[in-house]
Write a protein that binds this ligand. Structure first.
Ligand code: ADP
Length: 293
């Protein structure tokens, strides 16, 4: 079954991303509410068709930790990607001053399981692990949002990328090594940085602004000791988990299976953390602060 634009009714805008907007839409034939991402690309029809074909493997993938994919189509040179609507939005808007350790562990379990599913079942690496790509719903579910399945889409997006916060692993930035291909270990680095951001409430490197150079920032990622979770709020186990993810040597970083065996995640695996309660509170706090602005 293929979705097309005529079947969709606009409800509201959910957010603006690096490459285009995300809208909440109603799929009229089924009554399903969806999130539709518009990705503006200057591509010919062959390349656009290739992207649609590559995205098709998402139809076969079913994981509780990956946003469900409903279909994609293109109109002129825009790709429209329809996916499961997550009613609490992305984690970057929910983490506030940082999430408590039990919530952090539960989020981490979902992220690792989602990444492991992509790697083992789809043979894909994510390439863009960061809090904006992790979504939550009011049921307390945490899922990864993903476009890393389409090589052509990754290639086309890379050419239009203008972001400034980097979740890129050191080996991806170092000029002498940048020819090496992206590996699953680079996703593990981005996971480590994302965990620190979720736990501490901020992106762990000072981002370049008009007073500092991009070079100093890049150098910090490559040469300085990796960042860590704040010692006053987080256990030894959680800090060790992050330190494992942020090993400078990519080969030294654990696999997803090893991460799932780590005591940080084991401790909370069956803890029945009240994720639903946390998401609802965090969402209300986000709405309240958005209204003030
Ligand atoms: P980015 O380009 O920064 O990764 P996106 O374009 O993916 O951001 O998303 C922009 C915003 O739209 C997100 O921050 C999120 O709040 C919202 N959004 C994206 N996907 C969904 C979804 N499936 N359900 C609900 N909200 C979404």
């Amino acid at each position: 079954y293929k979705i097309n634009m005529e079947e969709l009714k606009y409800i509201e805008e959910l957010g603006k991303g690096q490459y285009g907007t995300v809208q909440k839409v109603l799929h009229m034939p089924t009554g399903a509410i969806m999130a539709m991402k518009e990705i503006r690309l200057e591509l010919d029809e062959n390349k656009l068709n290739q992207i649609l074909m590559e995205l098709d493997i998402l139809h076969k993938s079913n994981s509780a930790y990956i946003i469900e994919f409903y279909g994609a189509f293109f109109v002129e040179s825009c790709v429209y990607y329809c996916m499961e609507y997550m009613d609490a939005g992305s984690l970057d808007k929910l983490y506030g001053d940082g999430v408590p350790e039990d919530v952090l562990a539960t989020m981490t379990i979902s992220m690792v399981k989602g990444l492991q599913f992509m790697k083992d079942k789809l043979n894909k690496i994510h390439r863009d692990v960061k809090p904006t790509n992790v979504l939550a719903n009011m049921k307390g579910e945490i899922k990864l949002c993903d476009f890393g399945v389409s090589g052509q889409l990754i290639h086309s997006l890379a050419r239009t990328y203008t972001g400034c916060q980097s979740y890129m692993a050191p080996e991806r930035i170092k000029p002498q090594e940048s020819s090496t291909t992206y590996t699953v270990q680079s996703d593990v680095w981005s996971l480590g940085l994302s965990i620190i951001e979720l736990g501490s409430g901020k992106y762990p490197y000072p981002t370049p602004d008009k007073y500092s150079s991009i070079l100093g920032y890049i150098n910090a990622i490559i040469y300085e000791d990796p960042p860590s979770l704040p010692v006053d709020r987080f256990s030894e186990e959680s800090r060790d988990f992050v330190a494992q993810c942020l090993k400078k040597d990519p080969q030294a970083r654990p696999t997803y299976a090893q991460l799932l065996e780590h005591s940080f995640l084991k401790t909370y695996e069956h803890a029945n953390v009240d994720m639903k309660g946390w998401v609802q509170k965090a969402y209300e706090a986000h709405l309240a602060s958005a209204n003030k602005r």
